[in-house]
Design a protein around this ligand. Structure first.
Ligand SMILES: *Cc1c(COP(=O)(O)O)cnc(C)c1O
Length: 423
């Protein structure tokens, strides 16, 4: 599934690393008056050089004939393609070493378009639990109207447990959808185990793809495609965008799997526009810098919280105990613990609210992955919709605060948390 790179992706035959290519890959200054940066192609349509070229474009676009040897995909209309979108997709592919990528105007657009492209009436979707609230709502309240049903599993489920969940609908499994680490508890799900179960249910006309929402650790600290996933989805609003100033999403996978996703995107019109794509090109240049700094900051913050008397428990992949299944999975599947930390304060909602209201440098807001640190209360905010008994089962308490660590000085973050926990 590894992407064949363009020649510019190599130096003396050696592949260049993604961070070395984020400023130039997939863009030719010669096509834009020598501009070192890809301009914003704020245009809806593109002029055909001739009527014959217009005819050729639509022949290929509608699948009336396959592209000829060396025939490049032309530009015709910005719902189908746009230079900013295409350069961005080429660059994003490098991190996950994916063959194909599709960018969307939001993470939810990426997820819903993918589910609608790959599922049909009568299908069963097996998914990790908890899911991001928007995904959960779509899976349990929208897909059933189209005859698609879903069943969830927890992070400690074995392959035998998953098989038992499928016994009620033999031959119906059509997709395994996994979000790992889980939000907000940071519980890890085993991608290879999900791929193994999916493979057992695969038939010549039933592919049963494994789709992984890699928003929390990707595209730097976890590469699901390398662990058997068929596609990766992102809310690019989070780390990829990284500045809390845009909404976007992405899906990556093999060309074959991405073809129906890209086709569905064309008909639903959920592609990212040139302005969003351009902002994301800018963000990708500092992706590794930001995520590395945030990950390092989070280590300091997590250590501080673990030692604080007003904190009962810290949920952080960097603090998993050796000898546990979660620790072994972390070592196998993740490259670093990322920058999302959840913690239980001593007390309940009132104590958690007191801390949130006392924070000064860290802002009280949902979302994550931006340059600034954010804190929120999952029980009453991002996960307000989850029934109380389900929250209890997932360990989602009223004392829980979720923290997205930014690029500030770690000692300033610790000072802010210290004064807020003292109030
Ligand atoms: C934010 C988020 C989404 C939804 O993405 P949007 O860009 O807000 O549409 C999906 N999955 C996860 C894990 C998220 O954090």
């Amino acid at each position: 599934m590894t992407a064949p790179r363009k020649p510019e992706g190599y130096l003396d035959g050696r592949p260049l690393r993604p961070e070395s290519l984020m400023m130039s890959y997939g863009y030719s200054p010669a096509l834009s008056e020598g501009a070192i940066k890809c301009p914003i192609f704020q245009t809806s349509t593109f002029v055909f050089p001739s009527a014959a070229a217009g005819k050729a474009f639509f022949e290929v676009a509608y699948g009336l004939r396959p592209p000829r040897e060396g025939e490049k995909e032309a530009l015709a209309y910005s719902r189908l393609n746009n230079p900013d979108l295409e350069v961005l997709e080429d660059r994003l592919k490098l991190w996950d070493e994916a063959e194909a990528c599709a960018l969307f105007e939001s993470g939810m657009a990426a997820i819903t378009t993918t589910l609608l492209a790959l599922l049909s009436p009568g299908d069963l979707l097996l998914h990790s639990e908890p899911l991001y609230g928007g995904t959960d709502h779509f899976v349990h309240h929208v897909l059933p109207r189209f005859g698609i049903h879903a069943v969830g599993f927890h992070h400690d489920a074995t392959a035998a447990d998953l098989e038992r969940l499928l016994e009620g609908a033999p031959g119906k499994l059509a997709m395994v959808y996994v979000e790992t680490p889980a939000n907000p508890t940071n519980a890890l799900f085993d991608i290879a185990l999900c791929a193994e179960v999916a493979r057992r249910h695969r038939t010549p006309d039933r592919r049963v793809p494994v789709i992984v929402d890699n928003t929390f650790l990707g595209p730097l600290w976890q590469h699901p495609l390398a662990h058997g996933a068929d596609a990766v989805v992102y809310s690019a609003t989070k780390y990829i965008g990284g500045h809390s100033d845009l909404i976007a999403g992405a899906v990556l996978g093999s060309k074959e799997l991405m073809a129906p996703v890209r086709a569905m995107r064309t008909f639903m019109g959920t592609m990212a526009g040139p302005w969003t794509s351009w902002l994301l090109l800018r963000s990708l240049e500092t992706l590794k810098l930001r995520m590395t700094c945030q990950m390092k900051n989070a280590r300091y913050v997590a250590d501080f919280l673990a030692d604080h008397p007003a904190v009962e428990r810290v949920y952080y992949p960097g603090h998993l105990s050796e000898g546990t299944a979660q620790h072994a999975l972390y070592r196998r599947q993740c490259l670093a613990p990322g920058a999302m930390i959840s913690f239980d304060v001593v007390g309940g909602e009132a104590e958690a609210f007191r801390v949130l209201d006392a924070l000064k440098l860290i802002k009280l807001a949902v979302s994550l992955g931006g340059t600034e640190s954010l804190a929120e209360h999952p029980y009453t905010m991002t996960h307000a919709d989850v029934p109380p008994e389900k929250k209890r089962r997932l360990g989602l308490t009223e004392q829980l605060i979720r923290l997205s660590v930014g690029v500030e000085h770690p000692e300033d973050l610790i000072a802010d948390l210290g004064q807020a926990l003292k109030v």
